[in-house]
Design a protein around this ligand. Structure first.
Ligand code: ATP
Length: 240
């Protein structure tokens, strides 16, 4: 059923040095949702989604993504379940060419060479990077870097795609393009989790929303319900 959680978080506590960043979080993210994670600067949004995606060391508590614990799963197992797009796309680039960056997740899965060529080719086409295959990722424009980072996260067709502020630094056209892609992926069955500061994105794109305050969940649920309850969220006048 659509309401079945694909991400389950229980008693998640993350501390760095002497401060606790996330306090004993319980959260279910429904399969097939577009779930927005919102909250003030420093509320713990990035820390939460990184713990879900297993890109940080094992936290206290328990996280399950499509039946797998990201803290202990192998990268190979994880790439089929969850893709993570960093706030800064450069954090994700590990290879000297655009092609190799896209191919990395497939190589981890020991995909055959012809399948890699085919899938990377399709992804280059989807993101308008056909002529950049041999270019170093750091030489791409900001918009191209963002698209490449999304492509590298998507190429293994993960069940959950996590995006940390995907529209940050994008012009209106690029942001719209990215949000269209998010809707398209959802229609294809991918669950989307995205961190954002943009209430317009929450109101127009998110089926569910999680509001973090000081490392705790202030509200979580269907977007319409959470907005009705207030939960400290303020919609731009144009969206009321
Ligand atoms: P923003 O909207 O500014 O991106 P955020 O809600 O994503 O913020 P986090 O990046 O998760 O917040 O950070 C939450 C808090 O934890 C912040 O106060 C941050 O300074 C602190 N923090 C994060 N990582 C570390 C670390 N490695 N060491 C110490 N403090 C950290």
């Amino acid at each position: 059923p659509a309401s079945e959680p694909i991400v389950r978080v229980r008693g998640l506590t993350v501390a760095r040095r002497k401060t606790t960043i996330l306090h004993d979080i319980d959260l279910d993210i429904p399969a097939g949702s577009i779930t927005a994670v919102v909250g003030a600067n420093g509320a713990g949004k990035t820390t939460l989604v990184q713990a879900i995606a297993g890109v940080v060391p094992p936290p206290r508590g328990h996280v399950q993504v499509a039946g797998l614990d990201p803290a202990t799963a192998s990268p190979r197992e994880l790439t089929a379940r969850i893709g993570f797009v960093f706030q800064n796309p450069e954090h994700q680039f590990i290879a000297p060419t655009v092609f190799e960056d896209l191919a990395h997740g497939l190589r981890l899965r020991h995909s055959p060479a012809d399948e890699i060529d085919e899938k990377v080719g399709a992804m280059l086409g989807r993101f308008g990077l056909e002529h950049k295959a041999a270019v170093h990722p750091f030489l791409l424009s900001g918009g191209e870097k963002r698209r490449l980072s999304v492509g590298t996260a998507l190429i293994t067709r993960p069940e959950v795609l996590v995006l940390d502020e995907p529209t940050f630094g994008q012009d209106h056209a690029r942001a719209t393009e990215l949000l269209d892609l998010v809707q398209q992926l959802r229609a294809e069955g991918t669950t989307i989790v995205l961190v954002t500061h943009d209430m317009r994105i929450v109101a127009e794109h998110a089926s569910h929303v999680v509001v973090l305050t000081g490392g705790r969940i202030r509200a979580a649920g269907r977007t319409a319900d959470v907005l009705r309850e207030g939960a400290g969220l303020r919609l731009p006048d144009a969206l009321r």
